[in-house]
Design a binder for this molecule. Structure first.
Ligand SMILES: Cc1cc2nc3c(=O)[nH]c(=O)nc-3n(C[C@H](O)[C@H](O)[C@H](O)COP(=O)(O)O)c2cc1C
Length: 196
């Protein structure tokens, strides 16, 4: 079954010469080859301010680029987030994008606060994959750091909004040697083909 897939590139550098961009391209290429529809959002290329208050979060009007991103998310069956680990977490620009985008009025039917557990999740039915690259070995992030930031993103943001299942992929040593990088790109292409 063909899916509508949205790839969200969270690398802060819009120049597109990083491994994260190669991973996104590999995923999209695989997905399109199997007939999935792929849209891409380059967070670094969007125009939006910092979100600065609860009032803005709960009652404000999202800027046009954020509104377009919300529409693209709503229309998708599957989201793919790709970003490098920066200071143990997602880069600030991606977090700023999530704060702008995943507002109560967007993720819940009632528009009530994110702390209202019983509120209907509008994004139910969408699945996701999170792909994180990092300088340290992947096993170190998984076992020593216990993937805290990744688990928080998965559970406290995506699953909280009804998005599931959420699969994760940690790519240590920024992909490793050329040979290893090629293997990662092939893996991403394979995930794209399967739309997972
Ligand atoms: C500001 C900054 C902070 C970083 N913090 C971490 C970190 O906390 N842990 C880690 O393993 N790698 C860290 N790195 C390395 C990046 O994760 C690595 O360069 C990136 O995954 C490579 O992917 P790219 O080629 O797509 O940029 C950091 C890099 C930068 C520039």
């Amino acid at each position: 079954m063909s899916k509508r897939i949205l790839v969200i590139q969270g690398h802060p550098d819009p120049e597109r010469q990083h491994f994260c961009h190669a991973l996104a391209d590999a995923y999209s290429q695989g997905a399109r080859a199997e007939g999935h529809t792929v849209k891409e959002i380059e967070v670094a290329a969007l125009d939006f301010p910092w979100l600065r208050s609860a009032e803005e979060f709960e009652k404000g009007n999202p800027p046009p680029d954020i509104k377009s991103a919300q529409n693209a998310i709503e229309e998708a069956d599957h989201l793919v987030f790709i970003y490098p680990l920066w200071l143990g977490d997602m880069p600030a620009i991606l977090k700023a994008f999530l704060e702008q985008t995943f507002r109560p009025g967007f993720v819940t039917d009632s528009g009530e606060g994110m702390d209202t557990i019983s509120t209907a999740r509008r994004l139910k039915g969408i699945s996701a994959r999170i792909v994180v690259t990092m300088g340290m070995p992947g096993f170190f992030y998984r076992f020593f750091y216990r993937m805290h930031s990744l688990k928080s993103f998965k559970r406290n943001i995506l699953q909280f909004c009804g998005i599931r299942p959420v699969k994760t992929m940690t790519i240590g040593m920024s992909g490793g040697s050329e040979v290893k990088r090629e293997q990662w790109l092939k893996r991403l292409q394979g995930c794209g083909r399967q739309g997972i």
